[in-house]
Design a protein around this ligand. Structure first.
Ligand code: IVH
Length: 699
């Protein structure tokens, strides 16, 4: 696109044809997004097209007669729905992407109003990534619901909206206007989206690429019964037409007061909002919200700032399709499209074969992504992905990148399906796939060089034996040159052997030797975790170390004894026994024990209390249970924070529990906590509580 833009130079003919090409392109994407609920490019790519078109149209108005798709809000309604004419148009928002954009927005607005920037006050809200709807209430009763459509005429979706639980059919409270049009966004929460996709795939039906598309597809159903099966949510963010009964007009003078009133009448209004902010306050709201983005239960694509004073709002007015008094401050895109060049198969530590997408490099979620996991063969089928496809890629927060699905409209004729290899790509051993398992495995264990390499990397990692410098490149060479065949061999390596490796200077060889030496005095819990026993993660390793107190005791423990350890169930116990009953593993452990001295049972959590002042520790003296999955942090990290901030963690809920932190899909522990009247906190609140300490980089 950029290249073509440069080539238009000043030749009117070329400029004109560029404008026409851009218009056609923009219309195509408006159709894909608004009518088909299946966008082909990202919002950011679309915005770039629109910006280029707007630029050319305003610089060369004489070359671009006739209506422009840029002035179009949304798209004309689907013909299957009846039409609703909006009494107050449903407009769009201008986008801003940087601090400078916001400062400019504020100063331009101040200039327009003839005021100084400092006196302007704004509300700040979430920018929900869903579908705009307008709900019409007459005498407090819901009488009509419509999509935005082209801004003037939308689709009548009243029956579909009636089945959304969040949308009250009757408003409650005092001072409700005779006619009240509520503007807001219908969306699908992440949890509901995942569950819907699981259901769809179990039924062999289409899976949705993201919650927005799922919400759009669910809302614009001709059969409201289908909508009813799809869990949709709603948040109100403004109003359309309002008529008060004579003499009953309520004195509302700011946007935030309107949101308060809507909430008071029973409409869902998101708590994450702020009133009466200065420009500086807006920017703080932005960064705070960006940090919390991943832990919100639904997707947002930015924040929205609106001038508080309704009087100043109407004074500021509108430019074509958007108000001058509001702006959307967009977050970096978490999704982008790119080409799937191929699918490699990686062999993991336990022999699991994982298909990994090789992608044309794409900038998404703040980094350039070239690989993304595809999990397993079923997942590829479920998502309908073929090699050669243009696919949607998502990278949110620190989460590893994921391929969401193909863009069907862009599938090339030569796209080909992926076939899972029937033998290990590393060692050639025929793979196995147990009936109830989703993954194929190479059963060769440590005789497979890929698994051996992974075993070394696992052993050396920071959370296990913490041997800095024993990374992938070194391990590859050690294994390929047959210098090591088991982890016990690490302790027999010499400095000369290390110095002879490629890209290994004398100094780094001696550093690595000292690191290996230092690991000889690791704790029992680290060694246990580092051994890579299936199902023994960090936490179980710690529990086992503290319970049995020596490796000898764990090796000697029968199934019954193992089951006595905290959180050890039959699967974990069997796996531990299987590991030590294997004569080869047992011999390796003997050799390890000869090389290392286990001086401590446990040195983790490797965190000291952050603050000595007990009153500054939010979990001081508390017993905290973590349950469900946390979206933005590993459970161990969360546990470390609790301990670092004065608390201790426990795995079961009892009368002694002080607090339960419930992540996504929390189940029986949450129910028990509620039954016992124990305080429950969600992930967002937990993150908020530890935020000051995280900001200090305390852990
Ligand atoms: S206000 C006149 N507030 O973003 C102003 N819109 O890009 C109308 N949206 O069409 C919009 N969250 O669908 C507003 N807190 C929020 C919003 C929001 C999401 C959507 C809405 C709008 C689109 C504009």
């Amino acid at each position: 696109m950029a290249g073509q833009q440069a080539s238009v130079s000043e030749d009117p003919q070329k400029i004109r044809s560029r404008i026409l090409a851009l218009r056609a392109e923009v219309i195509k994407h408006q159709q894909a997004y608004h009518m088909l609920d299946a966008p082909i490019i990202t919002d950011a790519q679309y915005d770039a097209l629109v910006r280029e078109l707007e630029g050319l149209e305003s610089r060369y108005p004489e070359l671009a007669p006739g209506p422009s798709p840029v002035d179009q809000v949304g798209f004309a309604p689907k013909r299957e729905f009846s039409e609703v004419r909006h009494r107050v148009p449903m407009l769009s928002l201008n986008n801003a992407f940087s601090e400078e954009d916001i400062q400019q927005f504020v100063s331009r607005l101040a200039q327009n109003l003839g005021l100084s920037s400092e006196v302007l006050r704004f509300s700040a809200e979430l920018k929900f990534d869903g579908i705009a709807v307008s709900l019409r209430y007459e005498q407090g009763r819901l009488v009509e619901a419509a999509t935005r459509g082209d801004g003037s005429v939308g689709e009548d979706i009243t029956p579909n909206v009636r089945v959304i639980q969040d949308v009250p059919s009757q408003l409650v409270g005092l001072g409700i206007p005779q006619v009240l049009e509520v503007r807001g966004e219908v969306l699908m929460r992440r949890r509901d989206f995942d569950a819907l996709n699981e259901r769809q795939s179990a039924r062999g039906e289409k899976v949705f690429v993201n919650p927005r598309n799922a919400a759009a597809g669910s809302l614009r159903q001709l059969d409201p019964k289908v909508t009813a099966e799809r869990p949709l949510s709603f948040f109100a963010y403004g109003t359309g037409e309002v008529q008060w009964a004579l003499g009953k007009e309520r004195n509302i003078s700011t946007h935030s007061e309107w949101l308060d009133a809507l909430a008071e009448w029973g409409l869902p209004v998101a708590d994450d909002r702020a009133a009466a902010l200065s420009c500086e306050g807006l920017l703080k709201f932005y960064s705070r919200t960006l940090e919390r983005r991943a832990s919100l239960p639904f997707e947002i694509d930015g924040v929205v700032y609106k001038l508080e004073s309704l009087q100043l709002q109407s004074q500021a007015g509108y430019v074509s399709r958007a108000p001058r008094f509001a702006v959307a401050h967009k977050f970096p895109a978490e999704e982008a499209s790119t080409r799937l060049l191929g699918i490699d198969v990686q062999v993991g530590r336990t022999g699991a074969l994982t298909p990994v997408a090789r992608l044309e490099p794409v900038f998404v979620g703040g980094v350039t992504v070239t690989n993304a996991t595809l999990h397993n063969a079923d997942e590829i089928i479920r998502k309908g992905i073929m090699i050669g496809d243009t696919v949607w890629v998502r990278r949110a927060g620190d989460v590893i990148p994921e391929v969401l699905g193909p863009i069907a409209a862009l599938r090339p004729a030569q796209a080909r399906p992926f076939v899972m290899p029937t033998s290990c790509p590393e060692c050639g051993t025929p793979t196995v796939r147990e009936a109830e398992e989703a993954v194929s495995r190479c059963p060769a264990g440590l005789t497979c060089s890929a698994q051996r390499k992974q075993a070394f990397l696992h052993f050396a990692q920071r959370r296990a034996m913490d041997i800095e410098g024993l990374g992938e490149k070194i391990v590859d060479q050690l294994v390929e040159k047959n210098l090591v065949s088991s982890i016990a061999d690490l302790y027999e390596l010499t400095a000369d052997q290390l110095a002879a490796l490629d890209r290994m200077a004398k100094k780094s060889a001696s550093n690595l030797m000292s690191q290996i030496d230092a690991s000889r005095s690791a704790s029992l819990s680290r060694l246990l975790f580092g051994l890579g026993i299936r199902h023994v993660g960090e936490r179980t390793a710690r529990d086992l170390a503290l319970h049995f107190k020596s490796l000898q005791a764990i090796r000697a423990a029968g199934l019954e004894d193992l089951l006595q350890a905290p959180d050890v169930g039959p699967v974990v116990a069997a796996s531990i026994r299987e590991f030590f009953d294997n004569p080869e593993q047992s011999a390796i452990v003997d050799r390890l024990l000869a090389s290392i001295r286990l001086e401590r049972l446990d040195d983790r959590p490797a965190v000291a209390p952050v603050s000595r002042a007990v009153d500054a520790q939010p979990f001081a003296g508390m017993t905290v249970v973590l349950t469900g999955s946390l979206g933005s942090m590993a459970r161990d990290e969360a546990a470390n924070w609790i301990i670092a901030l004065g608390g201790k963690t426990s795995s079961s809920v009892s009368a002694k529990t002080s607090l339960v932190i419930a992540g996504e899909a929390a189940g029986s522990k949450l129910a028990r906590a509620q039954a016992l009247g124990i305080r429950v906190m969600d992930e967002a609140a937990f993150l908020e509580l530890i935020r000051p300490f995280r900001d200090q980089g305390a852990l």
